[in-house]
Design a protein around this ligand. Sequence first.
Ligand code: ADP
Ligand code: MG
Length: 281
Amino acid sequence: MTAQASASGALPVTDAGPDPALASTLAPALAAQGVGVVIDGATLLDGVDFDARPGEVHALIGPNGAGKSTLLGVLAGDRPAASGSVQVEGRPIGSWRLRELARTRAVLLQQHDVFFPFTVGEVVAMGRAPWRGTSAEDDDERLIAAALVQTDVAHLLGRTVPSLSGGERARVALARVLAQAAPTLLLDEPTAALDLRHQEDVLRIARARSRSGDTVVVVLHDLNLAAAYADRITLLAGGRVVASGSPDAVLTGERISEVYGQPVEVIPHPRTGAPLILPLR
Ligand code: ADP
Ligand code: MG
């Protein structure tokens, strides 16, 4: 696993990574104010404020049906908001051309099944499509190779995607998104199908990208992964933001117990001090 160079180059990179204080002064890569989404009379999102900045991993957490995927879709520009506004790099999302948007943010959907028998190599190469006809094409081979290695699927290169295991497919889908080399990553449950090592790999990649100046928004169910890797966490429930802030501030035992309907205790990790969320059993 090697840190990947910033796709955007937005932040000066030092060995220690960007200064979080500096990151907090940069304009958000993504921002939403008062976003509402209603479908067939059902309110999926209601008055949601959100922002994500270069240099940070921003985790979106919340129970099933909270609206996490819906919000990610709005932030990606894949789904219209009925109310409120969304800006990408300071510009209203509606003013972006599709191709421009595809060079700016890469999206890993929760459902990413490939039904046609494309090979792993073909699928990952599709991530480069937004750059066709530009000088960035020169980087295709290098970025595809790096994404294959980072996600540990290089040995599967010639296999067809339908022949892979669920976890292998999920890693190929992530490789395609990484190869896109957009400065903002929107990842919907990228760890759901993965074993322990590959879950940690995904969050290490997310952190490396953020530390080189990119912006990462990641939906996670594993609260301990969020606690360990996120710079900021936004907790959604019932289409509303319940809390947003540092892992310490958001992941309190009382709040998590109430929102998830499952009693938990939260203790500081004995070595790192990060919150550890333990269901009461
Ligand atoms: P999450 O990703 O947090 O689990 P989603 O954003 O996928 O939640 O969905 C939020 C809620 O909206 C869920 O209760 C889901 O059933 C509902 N929902 C999603 N899409 C539709 C739709 N097209 N019509 C009606 N309800 C929907
Ligand atoms: Mg979802």
